[in-house]
Design a protein around this ligand. Structure first.
Ligand code: BMA
Length: 309
């Protein structure tokens, strides 16, 4: 029986499976935003040759999706920017009228973060990679902070990364990134003891930046992925106000337990409307599910279920 606190799973989960794309082996860890009178998404599709590709998708209701069978086509001003490699785990953030998305590129020198922009989900412009390898998780904040673009990322290794702390970085122009600050790391003897990494774009609240993140524990049977949440200082988001001791979501359902990578819930998008929040999360590296909650309940949970200083 699912241990549900803030988020209640949708009864029709999973909402997206490999059946949505002809060449898909699995579709998971993807990026979704409200767009025009519906929703747009960039989906991680692991294809039948186990190449990981990104595909555009659209939906009227956020639940029923049409995903393009073709791989997303990006243009770059400098032909040296694109690297021909697997692409995965996109995150999307809207600032003004532009959508910024980051993802992981399996470059020969190790995983690194890609960055692109779009206004219409038709033309995608790839910019310089913001960070050097190896880094596998990155998300942009939904507004400038201290006059600069801001991001959270999680440096990694070339393999399955048995470690991982989160860092903050800033940029005046989306090209040059610096001001790197440690945000938080792992906690021994817990669901977040192996590594942690940022999930959906942080959400601005009166109590701070609300961040949903994943935390990993190494059991005798391998990695288990959970979701937690934190509140970060609004002006200095590398300062952690609260961070959950208890997870907010754990793999308990069959579709989260069984798949290409068993025992994974991987929140990668959050759609907010008033006090409502819907998270989209990858399940067992196989499919995508949703769960609904209230921002106010999540903030309360974070404050009440955090580590005591
Ligand atoms: C992400 C990706 C996946 C991995 C997953 C769990 O960071 O690297 O390939 O299996 O974590 O969903």
């Amino acid at each position: 029986m699912a241990n549900e606190t803030v988020f209640k799973r949708y009864k029709g989960n999973p909402i997206i499976t490999a059946a949505a794309v002809p060449r898909a082996n699995s579709i998971h860890n993807s990026a979704i935003v409200p767009f025009k009178d519906g929703y747009a998404g960039i989906f991680r599709v692991d294809e039948v040759d186990l190449n990981f590709t990104m595909h555009f998708g659209k939906s009227k209701d956020g639940i029923n999706w049409t995903i393009d069978p073709e791989v997303l086509n990006m243009k770059a001003d400098d032909p040296e920017i694109p690297v021909k490699a697997r692409t995965y785990d996109p995150r999307l953030t809207k600032i003004d009228d532009t959508y910024y998305f980051t993802w992981c590129i399996d470059s020969p020198q190790g995983p690194c973060i890609g960055l692109a922009t779009t206004k219409d989900f038709k033309m995608f412009k790839q910019l310089e990679n913001p960070l050097m390898p190896a880094n596998r998780n990155c998300v942009i904040f939904p507004r400038k902070i201290g006059g600069k673009y801001a991001m959270l990322s999680r440096p990694s290794d070339r393999g399955h990364t048995p470690f991982g702390d989160m860092f903050y970085s800033e940029s005046p122009d989306l090209k040059y990134w610096g001001g790197h600050r440690f945000v938080f790391g792992t906690v021994a003897s817990s669901w977040q003891s192996t590594k942690i990494g940022p999930g959906p774009a942080p959400i601005e609240t009166k109590e701070g930046w609300l961040l949903i993140y994943h935390g990993v524990w190494t059991s005798c049977n391998g990695y288990i992925y959970y979701a937690g949440a934190a509140l970060l200082d609004i002006e200095k988001p590398w300062k952690v106000l609260y961070r959950t001791k208890d997870y907010i979501l754990a793999p308990t359902e069959l579709y989260e337990r069984v798949g290409d990578v068993p025992n994974v819930v991987f929140p990668s998008s959050a759609v907010v409307s008033g006090d409502n929040i819907r998270i989209y999360y990858g399940c067992a590296d196989t499919c995508i599910s949703i769960a609904d909650g209230k921002i106010s309940d999540l903030v309360k949970f974070v404050k009440e279920h955090s580590f005591k200083n």
